[in-house]
Ligand binder design. Structure first.
Ligand SMILES: [Fe+2]
Length: 249
């Protein structure tokens, strides 16, 4: 985890949300935020038991190719076009302890920067052997991994000439549908990251850097795939807990 010298030390079982770390809701450089941003003060709603104890994900729901985007949409004997990569990392809690059993979902554009979606309008070609989504469940050490092709950058209607850097979207589910976090992973060394209006909504450079997966040379498979490492650290739980019950309910 990166050093963050300006933050208060974390003590006890309560971790307040750090709003300076996350992007503010209203960021006119990212046009759609203007309509999405709340106009009034936020209200806090208490969670209900059904929200946190509802569905529990089991390993049995994961198919054999769910974490293989190179093959999971491909015709037999074929594979997705693009630079073959492995993405892996750990889901960790606010104290860097592994989070086991979390459902990690990921979706992305193909190597040309095109999504397989009926509303997609970018002129880059569809890859008939690439669907662009998959999922994995973290193991006892909080690890997940999947195989894919590196997504392409794509333009989007925001400013006159705005492009998204190569990125993979992530969703992390805890033990219920109310515990869902969504983020994006970028790739080390991509100059497009620093031109992106969505990335530009994040005020703290260290927070951006935490979203950039470094090339993981040690886990490269020679003559096959390069690897990128992306750890996901969940912010603290919202409830105050007893010291002997840090995990919450
Ligand atoms: Fe995207």
């Amino acid at each position: 985890m990166s050093e963050r010298p300006n933050r208060k030390p974390e003590t006890g079982g309560f971790f307040a949300r750090d709003r300076a770390w996350h992007a503010p809701a209203l960021t006119p450089g990212y046009k759609t935020s203007v309509l999405r941003a709340p106009q009034r003060a936020l209200l806090s709603l208490d969670g209900t038991i059904s929200e946190t104890t509802g569905p529990v994900f089991g390993h049995s729901m994961i198919g054999e190719l769910d974490n293989d985007l190179i093959l999971n949409y491909a015709q037999p004997g074929e594979s997705a076009i693009g630079e073959r990569i492995i993405v892996h990392g750990r889901v960790l809690d606010e104290r860097a302890r592994p989070v086991a059993g979390a459902l990690v979902e990921f979706w992305q554009a193909n190597a040309g920067g095109r999504y397989r979606h009926k509303k997609e309008t970018y002129l880059a070609a569809i890859d008939p052997n690439f669907g662009g989504c998959g999922r994995a469940i973290t193991d006892e050490d909080g690890h997940y991994h999947f195989r894919t092709v590196r997504p392409g950058a794509y333009p989007w209607p925001n400013g006159i000439n705005d492009w998204r850097p190569a990125h993979i979207h992530f969703s992390i589910f805890g033990h219920g549908f109310a515990q869902r976090l969504i983020t994006q992973m970028y790739f080390e060394g991509d100059p497009m990251i620093w031109k992106c209006p969505i990335v530009g909504t994040i005020p703290d450079k260290a927070a951006i850097e935490q979203l950039i997966a470094p090339l993981d040379w040690g886990n490269t498979i020679p003559m096959d795939s390069r690897a990128y490492k992306f750890d996901i650290v969940l912010r603290g739980r919202r409830s105050t807990m007893f010291e002997n019950k840090l995990e919450g309910n």
